[in-house]
Design a protein around this ligand. Structure first.
Ligand SMILES: Nc1ncnc2c1ncn2[C@@H]1O[C@H](COP(=O)(O)OP(=O)(O)OP(=O)(O)O)[C@@H](O)[C@H]1O
Ligand SMILES: [Mg+2]
Length: 308
């Protein structure tokens, strides 16, 4: 296995990302095998339940069907509260779908079977600090999934942890440290190492760099690209930052009030958006107040967009 971390530039510039992304995606997205398929996935939350009050349902995710092809990066964009994280949590077995099904490698998965899902799908969340146990060292955090899934002997697990931490660029002196002794970027590297230690096929990245400094963001993007090439991973990449999605994704799905209103190649979404909401979302990037100009529900009555 190559030491991916060693190929990281000392100070990676975000400007390098488009060419790197094209290079990595061309090398990994050669087939159209489906890694992950969501069929009519819906999650309804019952809100406002009280002693004398009837709950009213909120469809956080409404009849979403999506495909993630092997080796591709699918960007998922949409305004705050549109259901992106709820969708991600269903894929990770953290939220149970109300209806619909999830297929991994063509086989239907029981969404309650988090253990089964964990071997194929792993998350990288926005805030690595809250997802890392403050009482465990870096090596213990990264090694825990191996221990839980009873992979190898203690010595093999320790060797694998070291290899993975080297791969994500964590120097050996940090392996015995605790999360509060690390920088934000280092914490996200640890979270990525933990996500990859079971060798999943799919990473669900939910705003993985939003909590990080801009210069560190570029390093993490480069690391994700290196790891994608190294392990042939597929990414579902959730982000508010359309600029980042434009650079990293092969295809983009646009979510609005729980539904996917448009999905297409990244190039088509950004150069020729078909749905009024996509157009407004793209133009709102330059709007000083992010909420300004977002369309009302009428926008959803527009003719359905074409595209995959
Ligand atoms: N456990 C829950 N109980 C009730 N409502 C919930 C729950 N989780 C999410 N919701 C609601 O579902 C909707 C979608 O939330 P979600 O976190 O998926 O949005 P999001 O697109 O990830 O937003 P953001 O971009 O701000 O992270 C929101 O209206 C939210 O309040
Ligand atoms: Mg979210």
């Amino acid at each position: 296995m190559n030491a991916v971390a060693h190929s990281l530039p000392a100070s990676p510039a975000q400007a390098d990302l488009p060419s790197r992304m094209a290079e990595v995606n061309a090398a990994t997205a050669q087939t159209r095998d489906i890694a992950l398929e969501l069929c009519a996935l819906t999650r309804t939350f019952e809100l406002g339940r009280g002693l004398f009050r009837k709950p009213h349902p909120l469809k956080a995710v409404d009849d979403v069907s999506l495909r993630l092809y092997r080796g591709e990066t699918l960007g998922l964009v949409g305004e705050s509260g549109c259901g992106k994280s709820t969708l991600a949590k269903m894929l990770l077995g953290l939220v149970t779908p109300t209806t619909g099904s999830i297929l991994v490698d063509g086989r239907q998965i029981d969404p309650r079977g988090a253990r089964q899902l964990a071997q194929r799908i792993q998350p990288v969340f926005q805030d690595p600090y809250s997802s890392l146990n403050p009482r465990k060292t870096v090596a213990q955090i990264v090694g825990l999934p191996l221990w839980l899934h009873k992979r190898g002997t203690a010595a093999e697990q320790a060797a694998e942890v070291k290899r993975m931490l080297d791969l994500v660029g964590m120097p050996e002196r940090t392996h015995g440290q605790y999360p509060n002794q690390l920088s934000g970027g280092q914490r996200q590297r640890v979270a990525i190492a933990r996500a990859l230690i079971l060798r999943p096929a799919i990473l669900i990245c939910d705003e993985p760099t939003s909590a990080l400094d801009v210069s560190v963001q570029a390093q993490i993007f480069n690391l994700l690209l290196d790891l994608k090439a190294e392990f042939g991973l597929s990414y579902l990449f959730i982000s508010h930052d359309l600029g980042v999605v434009e650079h990293l994704a092969d295809r983009v799905a646009v979510m609005y009030r729980g539904s996917i209103v448009e999905q297409n190649s990244c190039e088509q979404i950004f150069s020729n958006p078909k749905h009024p909401y996509t157009r407004t979302l793209l133009s709102s990037v330059l709007t000083p107040a992010p909420g300004l100009g977002l369309p009302g529900p009428d926008a959803l009555h527009a003719p359905p967009p074409s595209g995959d």
